[in-house]
Ligand binder design. Structure first.
Ligand code: HEM
Length: 511
């Protein structure tokens, strides 16, 4: 063992550091869960408004709540899996607890800024703040409310960027190079010989993909933020709306996708703990993630199919790369996950149930996304509620289920306090039935050409929103069951984890 490795090991084992890592992780998990509940209730409220049961007076609140719900959930999709990945990598490399604590404080500030922007300033463009809408509200909001919104977005972008850069830096020191973090040696030899340096694993590959795709997106996103801030203070200044839309979706599409990839990293680490089998790196997995890394840079063009001023070539590129970006990671992970569980004798406790539900959400939502990224289909589905159907499938029933699986895995390990399996199973049933009702109604509404981001629905289709609202009520019941159990767990005796499946940290050693 080199001196550097020995120092790193002693830092990782330092009891004070371990305590701080665990406390910070519990703080992130509980904060994420609380925000998920509150933002989910905002979704329920929107469906109630769209169904008409709250009357016309409530409608003025639809767009601020849409914006709050949208930006809040997108931030959660990125930050909550980031917190899980930070915990995983903090056990392998000495990730800075101070930087992570600062990130937590900054995130709390971002929450306050978004609340001020949407609930006081009534900022209501939707989470994509498409240029030049923020400056043309026709009196619905004042331009000042755009400033706290932009600052909050900037904070989220920087938090993910800071941790990605730290991860890359520490990863290169541990594994030797970015190529080794990707597992490029597996391309030449499926069973590379031991060369005295640590080998990568699936979570590291997914996180490396995240870092390499997010760094350019964050930088271009920063250009957009600066240009838009200038226009707030210098109203005579303006930029090309098409350029702004390209920048928005380059960064925005990437943000949601990296959340998904970090969620996959959590799956790679936690599911094997329950299946009691290692999930090994294989050549096809490395190829899949490499393809995804490149394709993701160009897939965002599918958001601009209806912008006829775009060069035709970008439309073709968007179509091809959307397919390429979706298939490798999706197939590699889902196929691998099913094979991992197949005949493993897994005990279906709450954590693996949520993880498996997340895989289903990724598969079904992803299929809806691939369909919509097909130009001929997008012609009909563009900006209908089909879009809400596909991203709620991927994010709400995918990434957030991975998060709940992580919560059920990590909370007892980190706090020594058990969660009730009976309540966990009941919550999974409520959330599964309710969540899929919400998503199915979005898909059906898309099929009947219901436009998205409309406070009122097409005449005669309000009942669909009402069914969606009932689905949301079931989800809320599931969420409240978990919340109640978390609160009760504080009074339960603290015990050290005994079951082998509850051991913290990375699961079975990678190949
Ligand atoms: C009970 C659960 C939920 C309900 C009932 C719900 C409902 C809604 C509704 C009604 C909309 C507006 C659709 C439209 O007319 O365009 C919406 C938008 C959205 N939702 Fe949800 N949602 C839920 C959970 C989630 C979750 C868990 C996520 C992500 C993790 C999420 C992410 C989003 C995003 C990104 C938007 C787009 C906002 C925009 O257009 O600016 N939602 N949701």
């Amino acid at each position: 063992m080199t001196t550097m490795q020995a120092t790193s090991e002693s830092v990782l084992r330092d009891p004070a550091r371990v305590r701080t890592v665990n406390r910070l992780t519990v703080l992130w998990v509980l904060t994420g869960f609380t925000l998920l509940l509150i933002l989910g209730l905002a979704g329920l409220l929107m469906r109630a408004m769209q169904s008409g049961i709250l009357g016309n007076a409530a409608l003025t609140w639809f767009y601020p709540i849409l914006t709050l719900h949208g930006i809040g959930m997108v931030a959660l999709v990125a930050l909550v899996p980031l917190a899980g990945c930070w915990y995983i990598f903090a056990q392998r490399v000495p990730m800075s607890t101070r930087l992570w604590a600062v990130c937590y404080g900054a995130t709390v500030l971002a929450v306050v800024l978004v609340l001020v922007s949407t609930l006081i300033g009534k900022f209501g463009t939707g989470w994509t703040f498409l240029y030049p809408l923020p400056y043309n509200s026709t009196g619905a909001w004042e331009v000042w409310s755009f400033v706290p919104f932009l600052l909050a977005v900037t904070i989220v972008v920087l938090v993910v960027l800071a941790i990605d850069i730290e991860f890359l830096w520490r990863g290169i020191r541990k594994y030797g190079s970015i190529g080794r973090m990707y597992g490029l040696e597996f391309l030449a030899d499926p069973h590379p010989a031991d060369d005295g340096r640590p080998r990568t694993d699936l979570a590291t590959i997914a996180m490396t993909t995240t870092a390499l795709t997010w760094i350019p997106a964050a930088l271009l996103g920063a250009v957009l933020v600066v240009l838009e801030l200038i226009q707030v203070f210098v109203p005579g200044f303006s930029i090309s709306a098409l350029l702004a839309k390209n920048l928005t979706f380059f960064a925005g599409h990437m943000l949601v996708n990296v959340g998904l990839y970090m969620a996959a990293a959590l799956l790679y680490v936690i599911l094997p703990v329950y299946a009691k089998r290692p999930w090994r790196v294989a050549r096809y997995v490395v190829i899949g993630w490499l393809a995804t890394t490149v394709a993701l840079w160009f897939a965002f063009y599918h958001h601009l199919y209806q912008d006829f001023a775009q060069p035709d070539a970008t439309q073709v590129i968007g179509q091809v790369f959307s397919y390429v970006s979706a298939f490798p990671a999706l197939l590699v992970t889902l196929f691998g996950g099913v094979m991992l569980v197949w005949r493993s004798g897994i005990r279906w406790s709450t954590a693996p149930i949520f993880l498996y539900m997340g895989m289903a959400g990724w598969a079904i939502g992803g299929t809806g996304a691939i369909l919509d990224s097909t130009a001929g289909i997008n012609q009909f589905m563009h900006n209908t509620l089909w879009v809400a159907g596909h991203f709620h499938g991927i994010m709400a029933m995918g990434v957030m289920m991975f998060f709940l699986g992580t919560l059920y895995y990590a909370y007892p390990v980190l706090t020594g306090r058990a969660l009730s399996e009976r309540i966990g199973h009941a919550a999974a049933a409520f959330i599964g039935v309710g969540g899929w009702t919400v998503v199915l109604v979005f898909f059906l509404s898309g099929v009947v050409s219901e436009p998205r981001r409309y406070a009122v629905q097409l005449p005669g289709t309000e009942w669909l929103a009402l069914v969606g609202m009932l689905g949301a009520v079931l989800v809320a019941i599931g969420g409240l069951l978990i919340a109640g159990d978390l609160i009760r767990s504080v009074r339960r005796p603290v015990s050290s984890p005994t079951e082998p499946e509850r051991q913290p940290g990375p699961a079975p050693a990678p190949a």
